[in-house]
Every structure is written in C-alpha cells, then in structure tokens.
Design a protein around this ligand. Structure first.
Ligand code: COA
Ligand code: MG
Length: 326
C-alpha cells in the first residue's frame, strides 16, 4: 500500500440513479415509489429555459412534501455558465427542510467550478444553521472536465461521485455520433485480408477510455464512479450490455432515464448469488492458505493470492451493503 490512505466517500448504494425532469411534477411520486437507489430532480438540460423558475419551485415543494423513504435524493443544478445556477443552490437549500442529500453539478470543467459551488453551499448551510453537509455528484461530460478529471475529483470534501455524461461528452469532443450512449457502428475493427477468407467487422466500445479514465480518477479519490444515460429506453438488452461494460471497468451504478431501466441498473450492479458464493470460497481458501503459511494457492485449478482476498472482499461488502438496505 501507498503511505497515502484514500478516504472513501460516505457509503451509499448507487446502483441505479433515476433522472426526473423538475418540470414534470407528475413524475415525482412515481419516482419516490420506485426502486431507484438515487433520484435526481433535474433543473438543467431536461428543463427548457422558460420552465426554469417553475421547475425550481416544483423541486422545492417535492423535497419538502414527498415521502422519499430511504432514497438518496439529489438535485441537478444548472451549469456555472448560466444565471440560473446561484438561485438553484440558494433557493433549493434555503427553502427545503434538510432532506436533500446531494447536489449534482453538471459540466464540471476545472476544480474551481466545484470550489465555487462549495463556497456557496457552505454559506447557505451556515446561514441556515444546518449540521448536515450536502454532498456533490460531479458530471464529467466535457473535454475540459475530463482533461482535469483527477483535480476535479479532489476539489471538495463534499465530492462523493463522478458521473460519465456521455451525450455532452460526445458533443464536446466532437465525436461522430448523435445517440445517447451505447456503441457506434463506425467504431470497429476490420480483420486483415487473409487470402479469400471473408473479413469480419467487430464493433468496439468507443467509451472504454473515457469511462476507464473517470473510474481511475474517482477511485483514486475515494469516490463512486457512475455511468450516465442510455437514451434508447426501449432497448433493455442494449442498456444491460452498456451497464455491464461500465461495471466491468469499475463503475458501481448507472443512470436510468426511464423507469424501465431502474431494475436493470440494480441487477447489473448487484453481485449475483454465484459471484458472492465464489467470493466466500476464495476467502475461506485464503484463510486456510494463510494458516498454512502460504500466500498463493490454487482453487479450481486457478491461482488465488492476497489480491484475491481484496477482490472477494469488494464483492462481499457490496452484498452486505445491499442486504442492509433491504
Ligand atoms: N421518472 C418517473 N416516472 C417516469 C419517468 C421518470 N423519469 N419517465 C417516465 N415515467 C413514467 C410515466 O409517467 C409513465 O407513467 P404511467 O404508466 O403511470 O403513465 C411511465 O413511467 C411510462 O412512461 P412512458 O410513457 O414510457 O414515457 P414518457 O413518454 O412519458 O417519457 C421520457 C419518456 C424519456 C421523455 C421520460 O422518461 C423522461 O423525461 N426521462 C427523463 C429524462 C431526463 O431527465 N433527462 C436528463 C438526464 S439525461
Ligand atoms: Mg449533460
């Protein structure tokens, strides 16, 4: 281990995170009764400019009046380049009852963006005499935000998670694609010419680098990495495949932009019975190995060693966290 110990952000289940436009108050109760671990009420891009003030009022009312149970509740504020943002922060914190857990900051570019919001939130919380400190979710969705991702991740003690905002990221990097998330037919590998054999075309994952880079920055800062939206909400298989790819790289959750995606997100981001059983077998085998004075042994014909304990531990802890949440 490094001499530097990474302090983890407060532990929260974040397998699914439902986006709910602040302008559509008829959706709020449904969201609260659903299975999402986290809900974010959106004041940013799902709300048109004319609806911004009303959406803010709706969101304030909803935080105060709706029974959100044990869900983690977040509000996505407008970007720092708009004049909506200061009032989003001030009104939402001042006029609500302390139930809000997180603020989601979109299009974070540089650490000072996070610092500025931290200053504002701190002032309002202090003025209101609030003990509870609201945490931050940062969306990494611009070239600038990704170029500074490590610094952004450590910009505030309030930071809890980094989110990959695939659509804005594609726009910012001028990637050749117009869908929201998922694969891209032009991002593939054509196998070499080999005589008369037919050549194959294999689709690749064009988001691999970006998600992986964000995951490493998040984990190095003790934050949760979360994959963002998948726009084609009729394509459950496509959602599951994208969610699995992100989970394989270390993400622990994914957004849902429609209720049909919530259970898929929860399922993909929960270890299966089989994975949990195998993790316990590894821990037992390693306990025996250590009693026998060995650091590495074989289980089912495969090497397991001290690192395997840590991998298995991640699985077992996640299962315990899910079980504790009921
Ligand atoms: N939260 C809670 N409930 C939702 C919901 C959401 N985000 N999206 C849809 N629903 C409800 C609908 O009200 C409907 O309920 P009902 O069966 O009681 O009538 C049910 O789920 C099925 O909805 P459906 O008719 O298939 O969707 P829609 O056409 O009303 O809306 C979207 C589709 C994509 C516009 C909508 O899901 C949405 O706005 N999603 C969030 C978008 C967003 O926030 N984007 C920003 C982040 S990328
Ligand atoms: Mg965005």
């Amino acid at each position: 281990m490094s001499f530097t110990i990474v302090e983890p952000a407060p532990a929260r289940l974040n397998r699914s995170e439902l986006a709910v436009p602040g302008s559509r108050s008829e959706l709020f109760e449904k969201a609260a009764k659903g299975n999402a671990d986290v809900i974010f009420l959106d004041l940013e891009d799902a709300v048109g400019p004319d609806d911004k003030p009303q959406a803010r009022k709706n969101v304030i009312e909803a935080i105060n009046d709706i029974d959100w149970g044990d869900k983690t509740l977040s509000v996505r504020i407008n970007g720092l380049d708009t004049h909506y943002m200061y009032r989003d922060v001030v009104d939402v914190i001042e006029q609500t009852n302390g139930r809000l857990d997180l603020i989601m900051i979109p299009k974070v570019g540089i650490p000072s963006d996070v610092y500025a919001v931290d200053m504002l939130v701190t002032q309002v919380e202090d003025a209101m005499g609030r003990d509870k400190r609201i945490g931050f979710e940062l969306i990494i969705e611009t070239a600038l935000g990704m170029a500074n991702v490590e610094a952004n991740a450590t910009a505030s003690k309030r930071n809890e998670s980094l989110h990959f905002g695939v659509a804005d990221y594609a726009a910012s990097t001028k990637a050749r694609m117009t869908t929201i998330g998922g694969p891209n037919a032009i991002y593939g590998v054509l196998t070499d010419i080999d005589g008369d054999k037919p050549r194959e075309y294999h689709w690749g994952d064009m988001w691999h680098f970006a998600i992986s880079r964000m995951v490493v920055a998040a984990r190095a800062a003790g934050l949760r990495p979360i994959d963002g939206p998948f726009g084609d909400f009729k394509d459950g298989d496509g959602y599951r495949a994208q969610a699995n790819r992100a989970a394989a790289l270390g993400c622990e959750g994914k957004w849902a932009i429609h209720p049909s995606q919530i259970d898929l997100g929860n399922e993909v981001n929960s270890p299966s019975e089989k994975e949990i059983a195998q993790a316990h077998r590894i821990l037992e085998a390693m306990e025996q190995a250590q009693k026998d004075g060995q650091g590495a042994v074989s289980l089912d014909g495969r090497l397991i060693d001290i690192a395997s304990i840590k991998q298995a531990d991640v699985m077992v802890r996640k299962a315990a966290q899910i079980a504790a949440a009921g």
